[in-house]
Ligand binder design. Structure first.
Ligand code: UTP
Length: 240
C-alpha cells in the first residue's frame, strides 16, 4: 500500500518538542517496517506564521512571504527527517520527481512546500497523484471537513463522507467566510477531485490516529470517496 500523509505544522510542531516529533516518526517507521510505502508532506505551522507576519511588517511582497513559508515547511520537514534515523531521504524533496524516486528506492520521501502561491495541502494532493498513492491522509488540527468553521459556529456539522465534488463545494463555502479555517484548501480539493484520490481528513494531533486510519480505515474525521467508487477499499493494511 502506498500512502501520502500530510502532517500540518501545527500538529507536528505546535512548539519545538523533540518527543512530539519522535512520536510521529515512530508511527511513520512502524508503517514503513510493515511494508507501507510512504510520502510525508510537512506544513509550516507557527514558525511559518511568525516569519511571514514579521516579514509582512517589513513590507515583503506575497511571493517573498511564500518563500519564507516554504523555508519554514522545509525546516519542519528536516526535524522529521532527523527523527527518522536514516530511513528517509536526507533532505526534503524539492520536487515530485525526487520524492517519487525516493519511493522507488524504498526510502521514506519527506517534503515541505515547493512553489509560491499554494500551501502544503496542494503539495500533498499533487504528490499523491504523482506517485499513484492508494490513500491520501490529511493529519490536521481541524478534525475533519465541517459545514462551517467549528471554531466559531456552534451548528458546524462534520461530514463523515463526501464525494470529491462535494469536498470542493464544502471547502469553497468555508473559504467564502474570511478567517474561517478549512482543513484542506480549495486547490488541494480540486487536485483530489481531478485525480480521484481516496482521501481521509482527520484530527492528527495524536499520531496513532494516523496509524489506525491506515491500518483499518477507522477514524473520526471525513472520508473523501471518489465518485463511482464507494466499495470498501481492500488495501487497509489490517482488518482488525
Ligand atoms: P502550510 O502548508 O503550512 O500552510 O505552508 P498553512 O495553510 O498556512 O498552514 P496550516 O495548514 O494552517 O498548518 C505555510 C506557508 O508556506 C507557503 C505559503 O505561504 C503557506 O501559507 N507555501 C507552502 C508556499 O508558498 N508553497 C508551498 O508549496 C507550500
Amino acid at each position: 500500500m502506498r500512502v501520502v500523509v500530510s502532517i500540518g505544522g501545527s500538529v507536528l510542531v505546535p512548539e519545538l518538542d523533540a518527543d512530539r516529533v519522535a512520536a510521529y516518526a515512530d508511527v511513520v517507521e512502524r508503517l514503513a517496517a510493515e511494508g507501507t510505502s510512504l510520502g510525508i508532506v510537512v506544513g509550516g505551522g507557527a514558525i511559518a506564521r511568525e516569519y511571514i507576519g514579521t516579514a509582512r511588517s517589513l513590507h515583503a511582497n506575497e511571493i517573498e512571504l511564500d518563500g519564507l513559508g516554504i523555508a519554514a515547511t522545509r525546516l519542519n520537514a528536516r526535524l522529521l527527517i532527523a527523527a527518522l534515523d536514516g530511513r528517509a531521504i536526507p533532505s526534503p524533496a524539492r520536487d515530485y520527481e525526487t520524492a517519487g524516486a525516493a519511493l522507488r528506492r524504498d526510502d521514506i520521501a519527506v517534503m515541505g512546500g515547493v512553489t509560491p502561491g499554494q500551501t502544503t495541502d496542494a503539495v500533498s494532493a499533487a504528490l499523491a497523484e504523482y506517485v499513484g498513492a492508494d490513500l491520501l491522509v490529511y493529519a490536521t488540527s481541524v478534525p475533519g471537513v465541517f459545514s462551517a468553521d467549528p471554531e466559531t459556529s456552534a451548528d458546524a456539522r462534520r461530514y463523515e463522507e463526501l464525494s470529491a465534488g462535494e469536498l470542493v463545494d464544502a471547502i469553497a463555502d468555508v473559504e467564502m467566510n474570511a478567517g474561517a479555517s478549512a482543513p484542506v484548501d480549495l486547490l488541494a480539493a480540486k487536485l483530489i477531485e481531478r485525480s480521484g484520490m481516496r482521501t481521509v481528513v482527520l484530527d492528527g494531533t495524536d499520531p496513532e490516529r494516523i496509524e489506525r486510519a491506515i491500518h483499518t480505515g477507522e477514524h473520526d474525521g471525513t472520508d473523501v470517496v471518489p465518485e463511482g467508487n464507494d466499495d470498501e477499499p481492500t488495501y487497509w493494511t489490517r482488518h482488525d
